[in-house]
Design a protein around this ligand. Sequence first.
Ligand code: PMP
Length: 408
Amino acid sequence: MSDQYPIEKIRSDFPILGQTNRGKPLAYLDNAASSQKPQRVIDSISKYYESTNSNVHRGVYQLAEEAENHYRMAREYIADWFSVSADELIFTRGTTESLNLVANSFGKTQLGEGDRVIVSEMEHHANIVPWQLVCKTVGAQITVVPVLPDGSLDRQVLSSLLKEPGSRILSLCQVSNTLGTQNPLSEIIQEAKLNDVRIVVDGAQSAPHQRINLRELGCDFFAFSGHKVFGPMGIGVLFGQKELLQEMPPFLGGGDMIDQVSFEGTTFASPPQRFEAGTPNVAGAIGLAEAFRYLSEIDLKLASRHEKQLLALSREGFQGIEGFIEHGTTSGKAALLSFSIDGIHPHDLSTLLDSEGIAIRTGHHCCQPLMQKLGVEATARASFALYNTLEEAERLVSAVRKAVSVLR
Ligand code: PMP
């Protein structure tokens, strides 16, 4: 499959991949944390600052109109990519801010004493802590769906929780950043709807690897970060169903989100402006739209098959390493490999890999409750993107094997 995949062309689009790391060719395998940027995304940002920069929404001069147009077109392009309408797409700083927005605006008004927000044990802190803060304020509770030993969700527990009176919101990742588990979202969303439970999706790890039709998926809210989808840092998106957004109060107050302001009272703009207080990250939105334009020129199904091939090759290569444990073994898991090796601290492993030019992540991956479940403090995680090569996967395997022989 990789023969047909234009890997060399794709790599040449990403300037950073030609660099060295500690004097060795960089093998960047930390894509679940943040992905690299193609030249055209970088250029789109510089071009905006070189020739279009001005504040949006306020000016009646040419530059301001051009900036406004670019910002509007970016929103439209991204909305179109996800098959939703532009007024359902709110620009935020990233997944974390998107989830805080839903929790504080939608959650706070929908939840009351004794109500329940369902999350899973595999969630990132960004999909736990905002709900905890809001639940504490309104007297609601968080209920947790356990993860089974293979890293899948305990669907039986989920089904019974969805039926419990007081269950109002289910907030779930589409793909786990630590286990790689792909949750069967379509089925789960149908089940949630039958039980009148609203569904919020953390799409931080799914958006970079597939084109998602949010209209078909049918969730109420969907959050993701620009920096993981080959776009810039500091920009992200919250999609919300129009009829829900219209009823939601603002999250942050300030300029650009109002209709009329007086000391007696203030009225608010319609969505999405109601949720975008202050000067927006216009360059970020333009860069993010450019990242999706880039992705539109790539066969993402082929890319995904390629990434899975790298995963398979690494898994095979690690077989037989004494004390090797893979965390998350569901079939069809995303192309990331979280692992522990008995007696070896992940940070020591990562340091040795770094000296070979290989960048992986070690730590709790912002999933401390999941770490407790797995009985570890940290794992090592290699995560692949569309520009990684078979050779890089092979280098990972041999560097890990070499590190084990040094550290044992
Ligand atoms: N959710 C998941 C599943 C993630 O992987 C991440 C990033 N590691 C986040 C949320 C938070 O994303 P950000 O830091 O870009 O807001």
